[in-house]
Design a protein around this ligand. Structure first.
Ligand SMILES: [Zn+2]
Length: 233
């Protein structure tokens, strides 16, 4: 008891969400390391507790991703109120929350500004269903969510609508949002979108882009649906 009192006095009391915060730190460092964001752009979050708890661990605003530490991760409510942490949460907090509200099965959200995917978002070109992994892991083609000013409710609503039946969306004139049942999946989704965007741009440069056969898409979408069935179904 004395020991815990001393820890609290020193401000060293480990957070109840220590492990979740570390998972967000590691994911933030990974998107920087992989070149999916530059500087302070992009943001990462993880649902903590049960869906009923309605709490999210999210990166703070304006921090270099390669220098993230546990103190840079805040716990916020679904109303974007800070439950734990001393900094300002990401300006895109409402967008992350909108994704969790839209999909009970989503436990991690990653937003990146990767180059090729952002180029498609600027051109407002969707990624057609052309690689098997896209259907199995993303749910099919990756659409372009309607433009919304960063941090706006319009952006949060358009992204939430776009991920209702997909694990990723491009954001018009902005970047990418990837979601997953855990952080590993959300990161994989963002990487896959970027890789497919590169393939798409190169394929268009050298020839025609052919989509997968319709029956293959249908079969693979069944696999996606089985893996991402919401608890409410
Ligand atoms: Zn952004």
């Amino acid at each position: 008891m004395l020991e815990s009192k001393l820890l609290r006095t020193r401000g060293d009391m480990p957070s109840r969400w220590h492990a979740e915060k570390l998972a967000v730190v590691e994911a933030g460092r990974e998107i920087a390391r992989k070149g999916l964001v530059a500087g302070t752009a992009g943001n990462v979050s993880l649902r903590v507790g049960s869906p009923i708890d309605e709490l999210v661990a999210i990166t703070r605003s304006g921090k270099q991703y390669d220098r993230l530490s546990e103190d840079d991760i805040l716990i916020i409510s679904f109303d974007a109120d800070v439950v734990e942490g001393d900094h300002t949460p990401s300006i895109e907090s409402m967008m992350h929350i909108a994704c969790y509200r839209a999909r009970a099965d989503v436990r991690a959200v990653v937003h990146t500004h990767s180059i090729y995917a952002s180029a498609l978002a600027v051109a407002r070109l969707e990624l057609p269903p052309m690689i098997d992994e896209m259907i199995v892991h993303l749910g099919g083609e990756v659409r372009v969510a309607a433009y919304g000013f960063p941090s706006s409710e319009e952006l949060a609503a358009s992204v939430a609508a776009a991920i209702a039946d997909r694990n990723a969306t491009l954001m018009a004139n902005h970047g990418v949002v990837g979601v997953g049942k855990d952080m590993r999946e959300a990161l994989m989704v963002c990487e896959l979108v970027e890789r497919c965007a590169q393939i798409y741009v190169m394929a268009r440069a050298i020839g025609q882009v052919h989509q997968l056969p319709a029956d293959v898409i249908e079969t693979e979408q069944e696999l996606y649906k089985m893996a991402h069935r919401q608890e409410a179904d």
